[in-house]
Design a binder for this molecule. Structure first.
Ligand SMILES: NC(=O)c1ccc[n+]([C@@H]2O[C@H](COP(=O)([O-])OP(=O)(O)OC[C@H]3O[C@@H](n4cnc5c(N)ncnc54)[C@H](OP(=O)(O)O)[C@@H]3O)[C@@H](O)[C@H]2O)c1
Length: 296
């Protein structure tokens, strides 16, 4: 973790870079934005609720004397709106050829919620994978303009428990027990996404990372029954600690030549063997492209 500490003390690469953090208004995302704001980095806090995001921006701007913190409205459960958000971002001038987007942190996510997205996909898969997949695809040309662009997917250790992907249930709302399996599948998709992008981007200046943030006392547990949540909470780490691996992957200069790996506690570790399967990763990309084509 020493590299993270060096970074947080101001010896990292963050200062002149532009970061976009999804779900930056709460939990791990908020602490990630805070770590970057502290360094004076330009941060675009992307969130679905302006009402929740603006107070975070104001508080951090005051606390760290950083007036380069910006809001982007982004609802990952609505593919057409993601396209509009990216159009709005490009029109805003916040990123440009001379001041490109350096790092995209796909942090936002949910677990255990029932339902479908605006486009009719199971909500966990739609929010945790399909939305971030489209956002990444639309922002990739901008990341390629950066000296060293990075894509960081906040996945989860929950992906390790998954045995496969059932492509037939992607448009069905999940039942209560199945919804937690769907979370694990969405997180496997996050790791497959990063690994396939690393293969496709080999030889370019863009690198990719997937990570487990730890078991963190954020709002993500809201759908878990209290009798399970309470004993678990005794072992949870803070949001600030939960942001460390995201910050490590997003900023550590030592990672500029590595790509497509999975991290836990700011160390590379083994992902689910399924995440190493390039055939499954290509299938995920084909399915995602088709899903987007049907929706846009
Ligand atoms: N907490 C853990 O123990 C843990 C463990 C492993 C992985 N993770 C991963 O860490 C990431 C961050 O989660 P967290 O623990 O910080 O949870 P959290 O406190 O619930 O924060 C989740 C963030 O995602 C946003 N979000 C949810 N749906 C969205 C949508 N449709 N469009 C845009 N933003 C949306 C939320 O916005 P609102 O405030 O508007 O709801 C919130 O900002 C997730 O990807 C999660 O899977 C967490």
């Amino acid at each position: 973790m020493s590299s993270y500490l060096e970074f947080i003390q101001g010896k990292g690469t963050g200062m002149n870079q532009t970061f976009l953090v999804t779900g930056g208004n709460a939990g791990i995302g908020r602490s990630t934005v805070e770590g970057l704001a502290k360094l004076g980095a330009r941060v675009i806090l992307a969130a679905r609720s302006e009402e929740k995001a603006r107070p975070v921006i104001s508080e951090l701007a005051t606390k760290y004397q950083n007036d380069d913190l910006h809001f982007l409205k982004l609802n990952l459960a609505d593919l057409k709106s993601i396209k509009k958000s990216v159009d709005d971002l490009l029109a805003s001038g916040l990123i440009s050829a001379s001041r490109p987007l350096d790092v995209l942190i796909n942090n936002a996510g949910l677990a255990g919620a029932p339902g479908l997205t605006a486009d009719g996909f199971e909500i966990t898969i739609g929010t945790n994978h399909l939305g971030p997949y489209l956002l990444t695809k639309l922002l990739l040309p901008e990341l390629r303009k950066a000296k060293q662009g990075r894509i960081v997917n906040v996945a989860s250790r929950a992906h390790l428990r998954v045995n496969g992907i059932d492509w037939n249930v992607m448009r069905e709302p999940a039942s209560t027990p199945a919804v937690f399996n769907r979370y694990g599948v969405s997180k496997l998709m996050n790791v497959l996404h990063v690994k396939e992008l690393a293969r496709q981007l080999k030889g370019t200046s863009v690198t990719t990372y997937a990570l487990h943030p730890g078991v963190v006392a954020s709002e993500i547990w809201r759908e878990v029954p209290a009798f399970i949540r309470w004993p678990l909470s005794l072992f949870m780490i803070s949001n600030e600690e939960g942001a460390r691996t995201s910050l490590y992957c997003a900023t550590n200069p030592g990672l500029s030549n590595v790509s497509g790996l999975y991290y836990d506690k700011a160390q590379e570790t083994q992902a689910n063997p399924l995440a190493e399967d390039p055939v499954l990763a290509r299938k995920l990309f084909e399915w995602s492209e088709e899903a987007i084509a049907q929706s846009l």
